[in-house]
Design a protein around this ligand. Structure first.
Ligand code: ACM
Length: 529
């Protein structure tokens, strides 16, 4: 009986204590102990300053932070956070670690404090020691701004959300068939002709489905892109620009048909529907290849990180098969499939960006399509974004000793394509999928297979929530579908698999909803049931 009581009181203590540590993503190691540290709200206010951005140096009397390379055990992004009777101590090896510790500290505070509605009374912080670092180096969110454009103000709101939940890569899908959204000074028609469609299918929260004429021109100037890079950098997020090529290239070909496979043919920017089209870059035309390099050249200057994404997904080869220049290259080089023109092109882009100290990111078709030259792809040292068939593609990448980021589309096993509808209830907006891509499926998806040989684990470098905008023309619907699937993928990126729990995640998300409300985020509610 006595033993039972001890167990029961221990269990109760754990429940009580963990009711106070509601950090998402769930930290790696949390040790709670008896007691609380009391601190005045006006001191806490100096910890909160602007949302997401933290002051440097000593923060306040009871909050000491130390960034030192001696804390190597905490890794590139880890931290230790201690609350004891003297106050709060944070240790990390890097500024990123310190930043994440402060995000965790915010989540240790009663939500009312963060919201400014707590009043004057002191705050009791639970005694705790947290030692935390991410599972994966790459914790991403991709947004397609081609099918429908989203303004810089909304991009920043998404970046804020990522920062709150310790995500670190914003993959900006800047170009596709339905619009070219990045200003390139050398090719101005990309953002006059290429950023405008004659008509566009819209689908938003207010009006549902409708069509507009003359959509655009909508694009980001180079100054705006630099501003987004700086905004993200202050939140320890790196921006990965994507120029999808040589397929998904209708917008570019409408602007510069001379670089297409059929310069005299018809070319048009697509109307927001998405899809797969044959109007692709003529990779056998040296001028067209130079055009691609020139575009990358300008973007390499704006985005200072050691990688650039060049897409490579869903690229039909029919245009190449009909084109005499392409046929000549195939014959001269003894290529065994027209697909190999794509790897040859990627290799050339890779060699080009390597001269700038960068590597390529690409979608998995570059290694999984029939006829692909996998050996040439290995030589590029590219990172493979595995989406379909994700598990097979990721495993192939690992077998080829190529790093891979997992972003599985699959709605049956759990979708990291977070734009897919979580519910088909009456009154729900139209959208991708059948309505069975629930938040729970996103959360419970296991990105690294349990039977993966241990030596291949190193190639699984991260996870990504991917958002396509064919059905999403306004920011309110974007947010509605994003929250809390983004947080679900953020937790997959940070927290060890064995510590994850859907019920506990849901509990923590419910606690966070007042913060989302205060910041004006729109979010779905089916997952609360
Ligand atoms: C993709 O979904 N086409 C990468």
């Amino acid at each position: 009986m006595k033993k039972l009581l001890i167990v029961a009181s221990l269990l109760l203590a754990t429940l009580n204590a963990s009711a106070q540590v509601n950090i998402t993503p769930l930290p790696t190691e949390v040790t709670e102990s008896e007691g609380t540290f009391s601190v005045k709200t006006n001191e806490i206010n100096s910890w909160l300053v602007a949302p997401n951005v933290v002051p440097t140096g000593k923060i306040s009397k009871h909050l000491k932070t130390t960034v030192s390379p001696e804390f190597t055990e905490l890794g590139e992004e880890g931290y230790r956070l201690k609350v004891n009777k003297k106050g709060v101590v944070i240790e990390s090896a890097t500024e990123a670690g310190r930043y994440y510790a402060l995000q965790s500290l915010r989540q240790l505070l009663p939500r009312e404090v963060v919201l400014g509605s707590y009043g004057e009374k002191k705050v009791n912080l639970p005694f705790v020691e947290i030692t935390d670092q991410p599972r994966f180096a790459y914790r991403g969110f991709m947004l397609d701004v081609s099918r429908h454009f989203h303004p810089v103000s909304e991009i920043k709101r998404m970046i804020d959300l990522m920062a709150m939940y310790k995500m670190n890569r914003f993959h900006w899908h800047l170009t596709d068939d339905d619009g070219w959204r990045a200003e390139i000074k050398k090719y101005p028609k990309l953002t006059t002709i290429g950023a405008t469609s004659d008509s566009c299918r819209m689908n938003d929260m207010e009006k549902g489905l409708y069509y507009v004429k003359n959509y655009g021109p909508y694009f980001y100037t180079q100054e705006e892109m630099r501003d987004v890079v700086a905004y993200a950098k202050a939140r320890h997020i790196e921006v990965v620009p994507e120029v999808d090529m040589p397929g998904h290239f209708c917008a570019a070909m409408a602007a510069y048909p001379e670089f297409s496979c059929e310069p005299e043919g018809a070319h048009a920017v697509i109307d927001g529907h998405g899809g797969i089209y044959e109007d692709i870059l003529n990779v056998a035309n040296p001028k067209a290849v130079q055009f691609a390099k020139d575009v990358l050249d300008e973007l390499c200057d704006i985005f200072p990180y050691p990688y650039i994404h060049i897409g490579g997904d869903e690229c039909p080869t029919a245009g190449w098969e009909r084109n005499a220049e392409c046929q000549k290259v195939i014959a001269e080089q003894g290529l065994t499939s027209p697909r190999q023109l794509q790897q040859r092109f990627i290799k050339e882009m890779s060699d080009f960006v390597k001269t700038k100290g960068k590597r390529l990111y690409v979608w998995n078709e570059t290694i999984t399509e029939d006829g692909s030259d996998q050996k040439l792809m290995q030589e590029t040292e590219a990172t493979i974004f595995s989406w379909y068939p994700s598990k097979k593609a990721a495993r192939l990448a690992a077998d080829l000793h190529m790093p891979t980021v997992v972003s599985d589309i699959h709605h049956q096993t759990g979708s990291y394509y977070i734009n897919r509808r979580p519910s088909a209830d009456e009154g729900e907006p139209l959208g991708a999928g059948k309505g069975d891509d629930t938040v729970e499926k996103t959360y419970t998806y296991v990105p690294v297979p349990e039977d993966l040989p241990a030596e291949l684990e190193q190639y699984y470098i991260g996870v990504q929530a991917t958002f396509w905008c064919e059905w999403v023309s306004d920011s309110r619907y974007l947010e509605y579908l994003t929250l809390p699937k983004l947080q679900a993928v953020a937790e997959a990126g940070w927290t060890p698999e064995r510590k994850k729990s859907w019920a506990d995640f849901k509990r923590r998300m419910l606690l966070d909803t007042p913060v989302w409300d205060a910041l004006g985020y729109n979010y779905s509610k089916h997952w609360m049931k």
